[in-house]
Write a protein that binds this ligand. Structure first.
Ligand code: NAI
Ligand code: MG
Length: 353
């Protein structure tokens, strides 16, 4: 029987509440589908940082390297600056393991209400570049503390980095409705974004059957609200993709149901699976976080392992739960706890199996 070794990092806040619930689902699904999962837990988090002064231990990356996948809740907590939790844990994992695709599905589930008045069928993917772009550590402060103080922050776009994420996005569109949209801002950002557009077109030549479109990020954000049903796959740089992948979920029911995967498509290194949401300090400790985002994220991990039957069971149980409208958490208009919502998912999995 195939076994997958998972490095589990529950992290902070609601990460610690939703991850154990997803593990329960994974354990049930693996038995039903004839594979097994073993877990190694790591307490890397802001709490770890407060004790040790770093987000993970020195050979943390080496330890994670041996896993088949990394399953992470969320990190970030009041008292520890957000750039420390991001740059001390998530960014090194994403970059060291060449997880250059951040894949985020946006789908309006049956039974979930959208803030849009009359939403149509919304079902698309955001492919966010995850290793370079605007999120670079190159830059600095000059003349600090004087009236001439200045700060510089560089963006990095490499041919290799842009081309590989474009190829991934074209391939994904090829398997779906054959429509790819690129997010740009080449009118204002006049070096990196025209380059992004140039590579979008160049790689597009290899995929003549795909309908290509590109929009400046400002109007694209508007289209996400006015006609989200028209998108199939959207490819974006690190910053634009980050913004779009909170906006996308907002039109289909919010952060509580938004899944995400940091993929190394070549499977040369482990990929990392984490919901889009953060540690949600405003609701942490109350036991009311929606477990759906993390559960759907677990399904994406199974897809990555080619355990598609298991992934489908979890995704269908999610749609089963939202369609039925019972056992929903507060963010979806219900009053169930994280645990009760998970019990609802388990009931649907057993019914579907
Ligand atoms: P957030 O996603 O944690 O919360 C935004 C809003 O969505 C809050 O009102 C929260 O209650 C709600 N929400 C999020 N997940 C939910 C769930 N599963 N069920 C119900 N409601 C949910 O984003 P925020 O507040 O900007 O960041 C909080 C902390 O998380 C910060 O320290 C930030 O740096 C960190 N963060 C970490 C991420 C990660 O580890 N990948 C991603 C985003 C933020
Ligand atoms: Mg974000």
């Amino acid at each position: 029987m195939k076994n997958y070794e998972i490095a589990v990092i529950p992290g902070d806040g609601i990460g610690r509440e939703v991850v154990p619930e997803s593990i329960r689902l994974l354990d049930i699904v693996s038995v039903l589908c004839g594979f097994s999962l073993s877990y190694k837990y790591y307490d890397y988090s802001c709490e770890y940082y407060k004790k040790h002064g770093t987000m993970m231990d020195n050979d943390g990356l080496k330890k994670l390297r041996d896993s088949d996948g990394i399953f992470l809740g969320a990190v970030g907590y009041p008292g520890v600056p957000d750039h420390i939790s991001l740059w001390g844990l998530l960014v090194p994992i994403r970059r060291t393991f060449q997880q250059y695709v951040n894949l985020r599905p946006v789908k309006l589930l049956n039974g979930v209400s959208s803030p849009l008045k009359s939403p149509k069928n919304i079902d698309f993917y955001i492919v966010r570049e995850n290793n370079e772009g605007e999120y670079s550590s190159i830059g600095g402060k000059f003349n600090e503390g004087t009236e001439d103080e200045l700060v510089v922050q560089e963006s990095i776009f490499t041919k290799r980095g842009v081309d590989r994420v474009m190829k991934y996005a074209y391939e994904l569109a090829n398997k779906r409705d054959k429509k790819l949209t690129s997010a740009t801002k080449s009118n204002g950002i006049i070096h990196t974004m025209p380059y992004w557009d140039e590579r979008f077109k160049a790689i597009g030549k290899l995929y003549p059957e795909i309908k290509q479109s590109q929009f400046h990020i400002d109007i694209l954000a508007a289209h996400f609200v006015t006609k989200p049903h028209e998108f199939d796959v959207v490819v974006a740089s690190n910053l634009f993709g980050d913004i779009l992948s909170d906006l996308g979920p907002a039109v289909v029911g919010g952060m509580g149901i938004a899944p995400g995967a940091n993929l190394n498509p070549e499977k040369e290194f482990p990929s990392m699976f984490e919901p889009v949401h953060g540690s949600a300090p405003d609701i942490a400790g109350k036991g009311i976080a929606n477990p759906i985002a993390c559960a759907w994220t677990a399904a994406m991990m199974l897809n990555h392992f080619c355990e598609d039957d298991g992934a489908e069971l979890i995704i269908n149980s999610i749609e089963g739960l939202t369609s039925e409208g019972k056992f929903l958490t507060k963010d979806l208009g219900g009053s169930s706890s994280t645990r009760e919502a998970t019990e609802g998912l388990i009931k649907h999995i057993k019914k579907l199996a």
